[in-house]
Design a protein around this ligand. Structure first.
Ligand SMILES: Nc1ncnc2c1ncn2[C@@H]1O[C@H](COP(=O)(O)OP(=O)(O)OP(=O)(O)O)[C@@H](O)[C@H]1O
Length: 273
Protein backbone atom coordinates (compact mmCIF):
# COMPACT_ATOMS: atom_id res chain seq x y z
CA UNK A 1 0.00 0.00 0.00
CA UNK A 2 1.71 3.19 -1.21
CA UNK A 3 -0.51 6.10 -0.28
CA UNK A 4 1.87 8.53 -2.00
CA UNK A 5 1.15 6.98 -5.42
CA UNK A 6 -0.61 9.77 -7.40
CA UNK A 7 -2.70 7.24 -9.38
CA UNK A 8 -4.13 5.67 -6.24
CA UNK A 9 -3.58 2.70 -4.02
CA UNK A 10 -5.33 -0.31 -2.51
CA UNK A 11 -6.14 -0.12 1.20
CA UNK A 12 -5.27 -2.86 3.69
CA UNK A 13 -8.93 -3.99 3.56
CA UNK A 14 -8.86 -4.18 -0.26
CA UNK A 15 -10.67 -0.96 -1.23
CA UNK A 16 -9.44 0.88 -4.31
CA UNK A 17 -8.50 4.53 -3.75
CA UNK A 18 -8.10 6.60 -6.92
CA UNK A 19 -6.28 9.81 -7.85
CA UNK A 20 -6.85 13.25 -6.39
CA UNK A 21 -10.47 14.46 -6.49
CA UNK A 22 -10.16 17.66 -4.50
CA UNK A 23 -7.13 19.69 -3.64
CA UNK A 24 -6.97 22.53 -1.16
CA UNK A 25 -3.95 24.69 -1.92
CA UNK A 26 -2.58 27.14 0.67
CA UNK A 27 -5.99 28.05 2.05
CA UNK A 28 -6.18 31.01 4.42
CA UNK A 29 -9.48 32.17 5.90
CA UNK A 30 -9.83 35.09 8.28
CA UNK A 31 -12.79 36.51 10.19
CA UNK A 32 -11.70 40.08 10.91
CA UNK A 33 -8.57 39.65 13.02
CA UNK A 34 -9.17 35.93 13.66
CA UNK A 35 -7.29 33.54 11.39
CA UNK A 36 -9.54 30.46 11.31
CA UNK A 37 -7.32 28.74 8.69
CA UNK A 38 -3.71 29.60 7.92
CA UNK A 39 -2.03 28.38 4.74
CA UNK A 40 -3.39 24.82 4.74
CA UNK A 41 -2.94 22.39 1.86
CA UNK A 42 -4.21 18.83 1.55
CA UNK A 43 -6.00 16.62 -0.94
CA UNK A 44 -8.92 14.21 -0.98
CA UNK A 45 -8.71 11.17 -3.25
CA UNK A 46 -11.45 9.36 -5.17
CA UNK A 47 -13.12 6.74 -3.01
CA UNK A 48 -11.33 7.68 0.17
CA UNK A 49 -12.63 8.30 3.68
CA UNK A 50 -10.72 11.38 4.78
CA UNK A 51 -10.98 12.78 8.30
CA UNK A 52 -10.26 16.29 9.52
CA UNK A 53 -9.57 16.35 13.24
CA UNK A 54 -8.28 18.78 15.83
CA UNK A 55 -9.11 20.36 19.17
CA UNK A 56 -12.04 22.81 19.58
CA UNK A 57 -11.64 25.96 17.51
CA UNK A 58 -8.93 24.39 15.33
CA UNK A 59 -10.74 25.48 12.15
CA UNK A 60 -12.25 22.15 11.04
CA UNK A 61 -15.79 23.41 10.39
CA UNK A 62 -14.37 26.46 8.65
CA UNK A 63 -12.45 24.13 6.32
CA UNK A 64 -15.58 22.10 5.57
CA UNK A 65 -17.37 25.38 4.87
CA UNK A 66 -14.66 26.36 2.40
CA UNK A 67 -15.03 23.02 0.61
CA UNK A 68 -18.80 23.38 0.42
CA UNK A 69 -18.68 27.01 -0.72
CA UNK A 70 -20.17 28.58 2.43
CA UNK A 71 -16.97 30.54 2.95
CA UNK A 72 -14.64 31.93 0.31
CA UNK A 73 -11.04 31.98 1.56
CA UNK A 74 -9.03 35.20 1.30
CA UNK A 75 -6.08 33.23 -0.02
CA UNK A 76 -5.49 29.90 -1.69
CA UNK A 77 -7.13 27.76 -4.34
CA UNK A 78 -9.66 24.96 -4.37
CA UNK A 79 -9.18 22.40 -7.15
CA UNK A 80 -11.87 19.89 -8.03
CA UNK A 81 -11.48 17.15 -10.65
CA UNK A 82 -8.33 18.77 -12.02
CA UNK A 83 -9.70 22.30 -12.46
CA UNK A 84 -9.39 25.34 -10.30
CA UNK A 85 -12.77 26.15 -8.84
CA UNK A 86 -13.78 29.81 -9.07
CA UNK A 87 -15.57 31.29 -6.02
CA UNK A 88 -18.98 29.61 -5.97
CA UNK A 89 -22.23 29.78 -4.06
CA UNK A 90 -23.09 26.69 -2.00
CA UNK A 91 -25.85 25.67 -4.43
CA UNK A 92 -23.34 25.72 -7.30
CA UNK A 93 -20.96 23.55 -5.28
CA UNK A 94 -23.85 21.20 -4.53
CA UNK A 95 -24.62 20.99 -8.25
CA UNK A 96 -21.04 19.78 -8.78
CA UNK A 97 -21.83 16.72 -6.67
CA UNK A 98 -20.80 17.81 -3.18
CA UNK A 99 -23.34 17.28 -0.39
CA UNK A 100 -23.01 17.80 3.34
CA UNK A 101 -24.50 17.35 6.77
CA UNK A 102 -24.23 19.90 9.55
CA UNK A 103 -22.81 19.92 13.08
CA UNK A 104 -26.16 21.06 14.45
CA UNK A 105 -28.87 19.14 12.66
CA UNK A 106 -30.47 21.32 9.98
CA UNK A 107 -33.71 19.53 9.10
CA UNK A 108 -37.29 20.78 8.75
CA UNK A 109 -38.70 19.56 12.06
CA UNK A 110 -42.36 19.87 11.07
CA UNK A 111 -41.94 17.93 7.82
CA UNK A 112 -41.92 14.15 7.49
CA UNK A 113 -38.74 12.15 7.05
CA UNK A 114 -39.72 11.46 3.43
CA UNK A 115 -40.27 15.15 2.61
CA UNK A 116 -37.02 16.15 4.30
CA UNK A 117 -35.10 13.62 2.24
CA UNK A 118 -36.88 14.82 -0.92
CA UNK A 119 -35.36 18.28 -0.35
CA UNK A 120 -32.00 16.59 -0.95
CA UNK A 121 -33.08 16.06 -4.58
CA UNK A 122 -33.54 19.79 -5.19
CA UNK A 123 -30.15 20.17 -6.86
CA UNK A 124 -31.18 17.46 -9.34
CA UNK A 125 -34.63 18.84 -10.17
CA UNK A 126 -34.87 20.19 -13.68
CA UNK A 127 -38.46 21.36 -13.94
CA UNK A 128 -39.28 24.46 -11.92
CA UNK A 129 -42.70 25.86 -11.12
CA UNK A 130 -43.30 27.13 -14.66
CA UNK A 131 -42.35 23.83 -16.26
CA UNK A 132 -44.58 22.07 -13.81
CA UNK A 133 -47.45 24.31 -14.87
CA UNK A 134 -46.80 23.92 -18.59
CA UNK A 135 -45.68 20.29 -18.84
CA UNK A 136 -47.48 18.64 -16.00
CA UNK A 137 -46.86 15.15 -17.35
CA UNK A 138 -43.12 15.66 -17.69
CA UNK A 139 -42.81 17.21 -14.25
CA UNK A 140 -44.82 14.34 -12.79
CA UNK A 141 -42.53 11.75 -14.40
CA UNK A 142 -39.55 13.58 -12.95
CA UNK A 143 -41.15 13.61 -9.50
CA UNK A 144 -41.69 9.83 -9.72
CA UNK A 145 -38.04 9.28 -10.63
CA UNK A 146 -36.94 11.42 -7.67
CA UNK A 147 -39.20 9.49 -5.32
CA UNK A 148 -37.69 6.21 -6.50
CA UNK A 149 -34.19 7.46 -5.72
CA UNK A 150 -35.32 8.67 -2.31
CA UNK A 151 -36.98 5.32 -1.53
CA UNK A 152 -33.70 3.57 -2.33
CA UNK A 153 -31.87 5.75 0.17
CA UNK A 154 -34.60 5.10 2.76
CA UNK A 155 -34.17 1.34 2.28
CA UNK A 156 -30.39 1.60 2.37
CA UNK A 157 -30.37 3.49 5.68
CA UNK A 158 -33.11 1.27 7.14
CA UNK A 159 -35.54 4.04 8.00
CA UNK A 160 -38.66 2.72 6.24
CA UNK A 161 -40.54 2.57 9.55
CA UNK A 162 -40.26 6.34 10.11
CA UNK A 163 -40.73 7.61 6.58
CA UNK A 164 -44.05 9.34 7.43
CA UNK A 165 -42.96 10.57 10.88
CA UNK A 166 -42.38 14.30 11.39
CA UNK A 167 -38.66 14.76 12.04
CA UNK A 168 -39.33 16.76 15.23
CA UNK A 169 -40.63 13.61 16.91
CA UNK A 170 -37.51 11.52 16.27
CA UNK A 171 -34.73 10.78 18.75
CA UNK A 172 -31.38 12.44 18.05
CA UNK A 173 -29.61 9.43 16.53
CA UNK A 174 -32.35 8.93 13.94
CA UNK A 175 -32.39 12.63 13.05
CA UNK A 176 -28.70 12.34 12.26
CA UNK A 177 -29.48 9.37 10.02
CA UNK A 178 -32.21 11.35 8.23
CA UNK A 179 -29.69 14.13 7.63
CA UNK A 180 -27.34 11.60 6.11
CA UNK A 181 -30.22 10.32 3.96
CA UNK A 182 -30.98 13.81 2.70
CA UNK A 183 -27.34 14.33 1.73
CA UNK A 184 -27.25 10.93 0.01
CA UNK A 185 -30.43 11.67 -1.92
CA UNK A 186 -28.38 14.18 -3.92
CA UNK A 187 -26.22 11.26 -5.11
CA UNK A 188 -23.03 13.13 -4.21
CA UNK A 189 -19.58 12.26 -5.46
CA UNK A 190 -18.13 13.87 -2.35
CA UNK A 191 -20.01 13.70 0.94
CA UNK A 192 -19.02 16.07 3.76
CA UNK A 193 -20.02 15.03 7.26
CA UNK A 194 -19.67 17.53 10.10
CA UNK A 195 -19.47 15.52 13.34
CA UNK A 196 -21.81 12.71 12.28
CA UNK A 197 -21.54 10.98 15.68
CA UNK A 198 -21.80 14.01 17.96
CA UNK A 199 -24.21 13.42 20.84
CA UNK A 200 -24.75 9.75 20.01
CA UNK A 201 -24.60 6.78 22.35
CA UNK A 202 -22.29 3.84 21.64
CA UNK A 203 -24.90 1.82 19.76
CA UNK A 204 -25.91 4.80 17.58
CA UNK A 205 -22.24 5.46 16.80
CA UNK A 206 -21.76 1.86 15.71
CA UNK A 207 -24.78 2.13 13.41
CA UNK A 208 -23.59 5.40 11.92
CA UNK A 209 -20.06 4.03 11.37
CA UNK A 210 -21.51 1.03 9.55
CA UNK A 211 -23.66 3.26 7.32
CA UNK A 212 -20.71 5.52 6.48
CA UNK A 213 -18.60 2.51 5.49
CA UNK A 214 -21.48 1.03 3.48
CA UNK A 215 -22.09 4.30 1.61
CA UNK A 216 -18.42 4.44 0.70
CA UNK A 217 -18.33 0.80 -0.28
CA UNK A 218 -21.63 0.43 -2.16
CA UNK A 219 -21.84 3.79 -3.93
CA UNK A 220 -18.10 4.52 -4.12
CA UNK A 221 -18.82 7.87 -2.48
CA UNK A 222 -15.77 9.81 -1.37
CA UNK A 223 -16.24 11.01 2.21
CA UNK A 224 -14.62 13.82 4.18
CA UNK A 225 -15.63 14.00 7.81
CA UNK A 226 -14.97 15.93 10.98
CA UNK A 227 -15.27 13.86 14.12
CA UNK A 228 -14.18 14.22 17.75
CA UNK A 229 -14.42 10.56 18.71
CA UNK A 230 -10.87 9.35 18.10
CA UNK A 231 -11.78 5.66 18.16
CA UNK A 232 -14.29 6.22 15.38
CA UNK A 233 -11.92 8.39 13.33
CA UNK A 234 -9.05 5.94 13.52
CA UNK A 235 -11.30 2.99 12.63
CA UNK A 236 -13.09 4.64 9.72
CA UNK A 237 -10.56 6.80 7.94
CA UNK A 238 -7.98 6.07 5.28
CA UNK A 239 -6.12 9.31 5.93
CA UNK A 240 -6.41 12.05 8.53
CA UNK A 241 -5.59 15.78 8.41
CA UNK A 242 -4.91 17.28 11.83
CA UNK A 243 -5.51 20.98 12.49
CA UNK A 244 -4.63 23.08 15.51
CA UNK A 245 -5.14 26.84 15.86
CA UNK A 246 -5.92 27.05 12.14
CA UNK A 247 -2.71 25.33 11.06
CA UNK A 248 -2.07 21.85 9.70
CA UNK A 249 0.06 19.89 12.15
CA UNK A 250 -0.33 16.39 10.76
CA UNK A 251 -1.47 14.50 7.67
CA UNK A 252 -1.29 10.77 7.03
CA UNK A 253 -2.69 7.37 7.86
CA UNK A 254 -4.31 6.90 11.28
CA UNK A 255 -1.13 5.19 12.50
CA UNK A 256 1.12 7.98 11.27
CA UNK A 257 -1.06 10.61 12.87
CA UNK A 258 -1.36 8.71 16.15
CA UNK A 259 2.44 8.67 16.47
CA UNK A 260 2.99 12.29 15.42
CA UNK A 261 4.42 14.23 18.39
CA UNK A 262 2.85 17.56 17.34
CA UNK A 263 -0.56 15.85 17.26
CA UNK A 264 -0.03 14.22 20.65
CA UNK A 265 1.00 17.60 22.12
CA UNK A 266 -2.02 19.37 20.63
CA UNK A 267 -4.40 16.86 22.17
CA UNK A 268 -2.64 16.95 25.53
CA UNK A 269 -2.81 20.75 25.46
CA UNK A 270 0.96 21.32 25.44
CA UNK A 271 1.76 25.04 25.26
CA UNK A 272 2.65 26.55 21.85
CA UNK A 273 5.20 28.99 23.32
N1 LIG B 1 -18.49 33.00 11.32
C1 LIG B 1 -17.43 33.25 12.13
N2 LIG B 1 -17.15 34.50 12.53
C2 LIG B 1 -16.08 34.77 13.32
N3 LIG B 1 -15.23 33.82 13.77
C3 LIG B 1 -15.46 32.56 13.41
C4 LIG B 1 -16.58 32.20 12.57
N4 LIG B 1 -16.55 30.84 12.37
C5 LIG B 1 -15.48 30.39 13.05
N5 LIG B 1 -14.84 31.43 13.68
C6 LIG B 1 -13.61 31.31 14.47
O1 LIG B 1 -12.66 30.58 13.71
C7 LIG B 1 -11.96 29.66 14.52
C8 LIG B 1 -12.17 28.24 14.02
O2 LIG B 1 -13.52 27.86 14.23
P1 LIG B 1 -14.14 26.49 13.69
O3 LIG B 1 -15.58 26.47 14.10
O4 LIG B 1 -13.83 26.34 12.26
O5 LIG B 1 -13.33 25.42 14.55
P2 LIG B 1 -13.64 23.88 14.78
O6 LIG B 1 -12.33 23.19 14.73
O7 LIG B 1 -14.69 23.42 13.86
O8 LIG B 1 -14.18 23.89 16.28
P3 LIG B 1 -15.22 22.87 17.03
O9 LIG B 1 -14.54 21.56 17.11
O10 LIG B 1 -15.37 23.53 18.38
O11 LIG B 1 -16.47 22.87 16.21
C9 LIG B 1 -12.46 29.88 15.96
O12 LIG B 1 -11.59 30.79 16.60
C10 LIG B 1 -13.82 30.49 15.74
O13 LIG B 1 -14.20 31.30 16.84
Amino acid sequence: MNIQNPDGYTTADGREIGGVMMEMKNITLRFGGVAAITDISFDIREGEIRAIIGPNGAGKSSMLNVISGFYVPQEGEVWFHGSRRPPMKPYQVAAQGIARTFQNIALFEGMTVLDNIMTGRLTQMKSGMLAQALWWGKAQAEETAHREKVEKVIDFLEIQHIRKTPVGRLPYGLKKRVELARALAAEPKLLLLDEPMAGMNVEEKEDMSRFILDVNDEFGTTIALIEHDMGVVMDLSDRVVVMDYGKKIGDGTPDEVRNNQAVIDAYLGVSHD
